[in-house]
Design a binder for this molecule. Sequence first.
Ligand code: CA
Length: 665
Amino acid sequence: MEEFRYSREFDTKYGYDGSDLGMACNPLATDFKLWAPFADRVELCLYRDGDRKTEYFRILDMEKQERGVWSQHLKGDLHGLYYDYRIRTGEKCVQTADPYAVGCGCNGYRSMVVNLERTDPEGYDRDAAPPRPVENIIYELHIKDFSHDPHSGVPREYRGKYKAFTVPGGNGQYPTCMDYLKELGVTHVHLLPFFDFGWLDEDGAGEQFNWGYDPVNYNVPEGSYATDAHDGTVRIRECKEMIQALHRAGIRVVMDVVYNHTQDADSWLERTAPGYFCRRLEDGTLSNGSACGSDMAVGRKMVDNYIVNSVLYWAREYHLDGFRFDLMGLLTVELMNRIREELDREFGRGEKLLYGEPWRAADSPMEEGTRAALKENINYLDEGIAMFGDDARDVIKGHVFYEEEPGFVNGGKNLEKKVLQAVTAWRGDPPGEGGFRPKSCSQIVNYVSAHDNFTLWDKLVMSLHGLDADFTAPYEDVLCANKLAALILFTCQGNLFLQAGEEFARTKLGDGNSYRSHPKINMLRWEQSEKYRELVEYYRGLIRLRKRLPGLCDKSASAAERMLEQDIPMPDVVAFRMDNCPGEGWKMPVEWPELYVVFNASDKAVRTNLPRGQWIVLADGQQADYLPGTQVSRQGQVSVAPCSGMILGLVPDAAFCKTFVRNLD
Ligand code: CA
């Protein structure tokens, strides 16, 4: 057969817009539908189990429909059977699992016939996300990291599994896992990939580890996180139980999705339509924008339809509250906006959170008439699509790859202006590099560390104490720098994001790319949460405080105008005054109509004159939980300790209260 060469005409002729591809099973019958536009013949093979080695007990021809779709309707209750397809094209015959499958057997080789209703845990029909929070404070977590540690207090058989989220946590001495999360006060848990990925043997030992960025079955939960990887219904039920448990704890759930590439160029999708789903260069070789040699050809009709339907499926069936797109720069602006629109239509405007990495590993040829969802194209993206703010990250703590290169909090010089730019999410003047200026701070996810690269603690240790330093030592200066980094992060407009354990000095002992390192390197060490209780309390205080600061939570296009005054009184010191009056939709009373914030990255205490009025300290380098606030003792001046920050609130006077109430009327 001749190599397939993609053209827009092909999509016009064969593109299928139905959302019924895959399998639909009820007690009376099951429908199978596959898009295989080049096939001469498609056969459906049925199996009694999901093991790759067993023989099929039945094989049937699929019927050819219009636009490359093949279908089969079988009477009877088929729930629990497994299946795959045999596709013949000319002389060639390939066997493939169903790329649209919602269930699979061990390691995902075979698809499963599932009546999804039978996988719902108790009370799932009443499961609902907690109300939308005033701020999105996202906690990035890997399912295995969460509970692998014996100190997690989670029963051994649940450690590293979905099930760990369904038990209270706590180990008799201090809170862990779910108890800990509830106490911390984050609003979203963002889970690293938990669709079915490759690399790990789902039948293998518990000491395996992988981040999970190798998609095999996009619409099936990963089996190694289930207590039984063989019965395909278990992973589905337990994954739903995890999400239900997080909802019950008042936490929304974001799924990390990887639609930019498949584990292998020879994916189930590519097997059903060779040459269509994988992006290729002019000369026919594989595009490699993902550094995995298997980029998805985003921008083609059936690729885009596949991704949209997959996102909608997870949102509907698993009640997910948001999606984080890996290497979003390999996806298109058009696709991202379409996902935003379809989710909004079904669930309400902005109900589901969407954000992604606005970059790619290397250039990749995009389809004609499309635009890559890269940072430079932020203005083409809907305001409800956010990107990771790498500028703020690097300004605050230094370059992600060069260990010793510092940022503002750990000795970097001439960064004051950039710090001020970060505060308004590059919405003030001047714009960022290359004219970078988001439409609104809602388009930015602020962070200082994520699963990629060094943990914040490790980065700070290496930049302040050299590469041979002891990562487990409780360096006082590192602790100060960490707190200052957190305080800056929590005073930036936009969405907030932190890597799990950032708040207790999480170390991976300098491992900057732990995607398949031992679980002991990766896991959350719950003892650390006790050892660094002070830091945990500091983050907790900041989280609590942030939710009471409407000026910082404001996501409207005019949020940057709240910046009333900014000042760089001396090198390494930055101060600003910000309007903090509640805007539209804010349900809490006015507490502090203005904020005054100081970042002092120098090694000396700094005395600052406060603007007119009575100010109270809401957070400083010691604590961030002074609520309802400590009166500034000597009116008009405060001293900000070396390498620390301070957030002050203006006490509203009687005149202000009067005017404000009148304005609201
Ligand atoms: Ca797997």
